[in-house]
Structures are given as C-alpha cells and as structure tokens.
Design a protein around this ligand. Structure first.
Ligand SMILES: Nc1ncnc2c1ncn2[C@@H]1O[C@H](COP(=O)(O)OP(=O)(O)O)[C@@H](O)[C@H]1O
Ligand SMILES: [Mg+2]
Length: 225
C-alpha cells in the first residue's frame, strides 16, 4: 500500500529559557493508506507533539513530513491550512466544540473555509451527524449532550471534508469504558470504509484493536507486535 503519512528524522524541540525540551527527537515513520495505527506511551513522551505535526497543527524543528503526497516543508500557513483542512480530520480528548453553536453548526464549521454554499454545508453536516448516530441531536448545544455524544459530534466534524486521514488524540480519555468502547467501534467502522486512522490512547485494550501498534518513549518511537 502507498504511504499516506511519511516522517523522516523529524525533531520538535522547544526552547524554554536555557533548557531545550526534545519533545520529538528523530522520528522516522511510514503509515500506509488504510492502516489503523495506535500510539501509546507515557505522559510527556511526545504523542501529542507527533499527532500535531502529522495534522499540520505544528511544524517540526527539523526533518521532513509528507501528508497524502504533499511535502509540508517550507509550506506557508495558507498551504498548511489547506492540508490540515482537506487531508486530515482531527479528534481531541476534550472534544473542542464551540459551546454556543448547535451540533449541526459545529459539524459544518470546517466547511466555512471551502466555499461550499450554505445549503450544501447543512446537508453535508446533517449526513455526517447521521453517520455517527446523532440525527436526532442536530439542534442540541454541547452542554445538552453527553460526553459520548459530544465526541460523536467532534467525529462528525472531522469527516465533513472527507479526509483520507483521521487523527484522534486520546479520544476516549474523557469517557467511561463503555462509552469509550462505542467510540472505538465508530473509528473501526470509519477505518473499514478505507480511511487511515491514527489513534493515541492510554488504554491497552483499545491499542490492541489496531492493526499496528506504535510506542513512543522520550520522543522516539518503537513498534510492538
Ligand atoms: N508548547 C510547549 N512548550 C514547551 N514544551 C512543550 C510544549 N508542548 C509539549 N511540550 C513538552 O514536550 C514533551 C512532549 O509533550 P506531549 O507531546 O504533549 O506528550 P504526550 O502527549 O505524550 O503526553 C513534554 O515534555 C512536554 O512538556
Ligand atoms: Mg498528549
């Protein structure tokens, strides 16, 4: 399978006064199209840094990153935003929904930057909410939804631009075990439809469901199984 994510000797260093924090320290990694990858590792090992780099929310101190055929090195903010918006869907532990907006408007947000007309944005967002089983919650605001429902809204939002890559950073971290298992099922379904899924988790049961298991330690990666 053709790689959809490629990192070559990627470093991300933070300078904190006199100290350099090596959040990622030479990561080379290839992820094939359609793969389902879990990432585990201790707190502070560099998992979120890695996800943010793959998702073009951050840029490396050194090294190369290719996302779905696009070399991101030297890209300006406009081109990075394009890759981030079109190629990648991002799901976070704390959902990151806009509190004053309905579920439908939250889901439609990424379409605002694409020139899709209003009515079509609504239709795409509605069908994404249906896909995650929330057709009957479109008008609800985040504070009128359970944790699992909020995460479903966030997943629906990550799907509206039909990205080939789904990145989820501890998507079940704020949910109880049962709800977390349902969210995992949803990711498995999205993977079975051909999407590449990369999922950070603390939960070894969840990690075991992935086809490929990556472990991060001190800013470097190792592979399990
Ligand atoms: N914006 C930042 N400024 C300085 N240090 C940071 C920043 N973000 C993360 N770090 C540091 O980089 C390391 C990796 O962080 P992170 O990727 O968030 O780890 P994880 O997600 O595995 O818990 C940690 O030591 C953390 O303190
Ligand atoms: Mg993290």
């Amino acid at each position: 399978m053709k790689p959809v994510i490629e990192l070559e000797d990627v470093r991300r260093y933070y300078t904190m006064g006199e100290i350099i924090v090596k959040a990622l320290d030479g990561v080379t990694l290839t992820i094939s199209r359609g793969d389902f990858v879990s990432i585990t590792g201790p707190s502070g090992s560099g998992k979120s840094t890695l996800m943010n780099l793959i998702g073009c929310l951050d840029t490396p101190t050194d090294g190369y990153i290719h996302i779905d055929g696009e070399m991101t090195l030297g890209m300006d903010e406009k081109d990075l935003a394009y890759v981030r918006n079109q190629k990648v869907g991002f799901v976070f532990q704390q959902f990151n929904l806009l509190a004053k907006m309905s579920a439908l408007d939250n889901v439609a947000t990424p379409l605002l930057y694409t020139g899709v007309p209003y009515r079509e944005r609504r239709e795409i967002a509605m069908s994404a909410l249906k896909k995650v089983g929330l057709a009957d919650r479109m008008k609800h605001r985040p504070n009128e939804l359970s944790g699992g429902q909020k995460q479903r809204v966030a997943i629906a939002r990550s799907l509206v631009n039909n990205p080939s890559i789904l990145l989820a950073d501890e998507p079940t971290g704020a949910l109880d075990t049962h709800t977390g298992a349902q969210i995992l099922e949803l990711f498995e379904e999205l993977h079975s439809e051909g999407r590449t899924v990369v999922l950070v988790t603390h939960d070894t049961d969840i990690a075991r469901h992935a086809k490929r298991q990556i472990h991060v330690r001190d800013g470097r990666i190792g592979e399990a199984g």
